[in-house]
Design a protein around this ligand. Structure first.
Ligand code: SF4
Ligand code: SF4
Ligand code: FES
Length: 254
C-alpha cells in the first residue's frame, strides 16, 4: 500500500491498482462508461479523464489521462475535476452522443456537462462501441461469441458475419455489464432471446420452484468448465441454499 493524493486528500492505495477504482473505493466519483472491474480496462470511452501530476527525471509533470487504465504509482497527485477536465469530458460526450443519441446514460451525462442534448434526436443507436460486452464474453465467460464488425461509420459489435450466433451460450453477462443497457434479454417460459446477437436459447427451470436457472447451453458450458454436478445444475441458487441449510440442520451442524 502507498500514499497518493486525490483532490487534495491523502489516500492509502494499492500500487498498480486502477486509479479509477481506487477513487471510487474512496467515495470519489469520476464519470465512466466502459470500465468494469471484472475485465482489464483499456480506455475506450475516454470519459474518465483526470489530471495526474507525477515526478519524472526530477521534474513534476501534469498530464490529462484516462483513470481506468492508469495505475496507482508512488507520489502521484490527482485532480478529478477542473475547467480543463470538464472541457475535455464535454468533447468526449459530444462524440458519444453523436454516435449513440438514444443511450439514456450518455444523454444524462451530456446534459450534466453542458452538451446540448436536444440537438440530437432520441433515435438510432444506443451502443457506444466500448467493447465491454466483447471483453466479458471472452475473458470472463471464455466464449468469444462477439467481436467488432464493419469499419468507419458502419463499425458495430456483433456476432461473426453478423449471423445467427453459434457460440453464444445465453449467459446474459454481456447485457449485465453494458453501460448503455442496449443488449436486450427477453425471457419467456421456455426461451431466452438476445435479439441484438440474434440468439435464441432454451431455458432450464428449477426443478423445485420453477424459476429460470440458466439456458441449456450455459449449463452445458458450466459442466465443461467447472465440472458442476447434474443435480446442482437443475436447481436454482435459492433452492440450493435452502436444501443445503436443511441438510446441515438435519445433520446437527446448525
Ligand atoms: S450471452 Fe452470449 S454473447 Fe453475451 S456474454 Fe453470454 S455468451 Fe457472450
Ligand atoms: S453493446 Fe454495450 S457493452 Fe457492447 S460495445 Fe455497445 S455499449 Fe459497449
Ligand atoms: S471508463 Fe475509462 S475510458 Fe471508459
Amino acid at each position: 500500500m502507498i500514499d497518493i493524493v486525490i483532490d487534495g486528500k491523502t489516500i492509502q492505495a494499492e500500487q498498480g491498482a486502477s486509479l479509477l477504482q481506487t477513487a471510487l473505493d474512496n467515495g470519489i466519483d469520476i464519470p465512466h462508461l466502459c470500465y468494469h472491474p471484472a475485465v482489464e480496462a483499456y480506455g475506450a470511452c475516454r470519459l474518465c479523464l483526470v489530471e495526474v501530476t507525477a515526478e519524472s527525471h526530477g521534474r513534476k509533470k501534469t498530464k490529462l489521462t484516462t483513470s481506468c487504465n492508469y495505475p496507482v504509482l508512488p507520489g502521484i497527485e490527482v485532480v478529478t475535476d477542473s475547467e480543463n477536465i470538464r472541457e475535455n469530458r464535454k468533447g468526449v460526450l459530444e462524440l458519444l452522443i453523436a454516435r449513440a443519441p438514444k443511450a439514456k446514460r450518455v444523454r444524462e451525462l451530456a446534459a450534466e456537462y453542458g452538451v446540448d442534448a436536444q440537438a440530437y434526436p432520441v433515435s438510432g443507436e444506443e451502443c457506444i462501441l466500448c467493447g465491454l460486452c466483447i471483453q466479458v464474453c471472452k475473458d470472463v465467460m471464455g466464449v468469444e461469441a462477439l467481436g467488432f464488425i464493419g469499419r468507419g461509420d458502419k463499425k458495430d459489435v456483433g456476432t461473426p458475419f453478423d449471423d445467427l450466433s453459434k457460440e453464444c451460450i445465453g449467459c446474459a453477462s454481456c447485457a449485465s455489464v453494458c453501460p448503455t443497457q442496449c443488449i436486450e434479454v427477453i425471457d419467456t417460459a421456455d426461451t431466452r432471446e438476445l435479439p441484438r446477437w440474434r440468439a435464441i436459447h432454451k431455458l432450464v427451470r428449477c426443478r423445485i420452484c420453477g424459476k429460470a436457472v440458466a439456458t441449456e447451453k450455459h449449463l452445458a458450458h458450466l459442466k465443461k468448465t467447472v465440472n458442476m454436478d447434474e443435480d446442482v445444475r437443475s436447481v436454482c441458487p435459492t433452492c440450493r441454499r435452502e436444501f443445503y441449510a436443511k441438510q446441515a440442520m438435519a445433520e446437527g451442524h446448525m
